[in-house]
Ligand binder design. Sequence first.
Ligand code: MBD
Ligand code: FE
Length: 283
Amino acid sequence: MNAHVDVPAAAESGAKATDKFLTKKFTAGSSPERVSAILEDTLGALFEVIRKHKVTYAEYDVLKSWLIQVGEDGEWPLWLDVFIEHEIEDVNTAHRKGSKGSIEGPYYVPNAPELPARCTMPMRPDEKGTPLRWTGQVTSVDGTPLGGATVELWHADDDGYYSQFAEGMGIPEWNLRGTIVTDEEGRFEIDTMQPAPYAIPTDGATGQMCLAAAWSPFRPAHLHIKVSAPGYEQLTAQLYFQGGEHTDDDIAKAVKPELILAPTPRADGEGKEVDYGFVLDPA
Ligand code: MBD
Ligand code: FE
């Protein structure tokens, strides 16, 4: 158990991400030839590392026990999304002419409550943090406004915790999660609370690996989005904050310059505001 009541245990958030992931349908159906080619190259790359660094038997044992521990902590979705997903994302969106995307990460939950184009995100009456009013428009690459598009938005709270992945913290189920439907001009106006940077829990195998390598376990503060419209490629992205901590040393290497917001103080003094929209590629 964790010594501090205000820190959710890694085994809880990690295992929850594993449970959520396993509800997904698996559809790759890759041919034996393709599976063989990918495996051969993966093992070949690993053999190069072993030779280059003359990896010892003692280190091989550490690797084995650590791999077992990642599974026992339920942290494979966390580990893979932090260290691998950015390359998968980049390769699979390289053809796009519209908005840049970024990784989904382990804390997406489908079917968040639907909200109108002008809305306030579900949040606690005393939700901490700096209020953020985010306006934007969803269009296609040819400039057509996409009315009725959905912007799924999910993000951490001012303490860096995600609803449904921080057991025992008393966070309501759909806190800071919603599915916003754009108006007929493809526009939206969302009131939310700026999130805090996220730290990988240090009591699980992923955090232990960071500690062993003396790597910072932080991700910069970010908003997660998935934008969908019939006939268009779904856009998964994250938005960051200019001048925020860790935008230059994201452990998940998921920051792109196009994804950095620069909110300004609101005229009414009620927090900040920013305008940022999305351009979708036809499917
Ligand atoms: C996160 O919040 C996240 O977005 C990713 C990619 C990995 C770990 C935590
Ligand atoms: Fe995240």
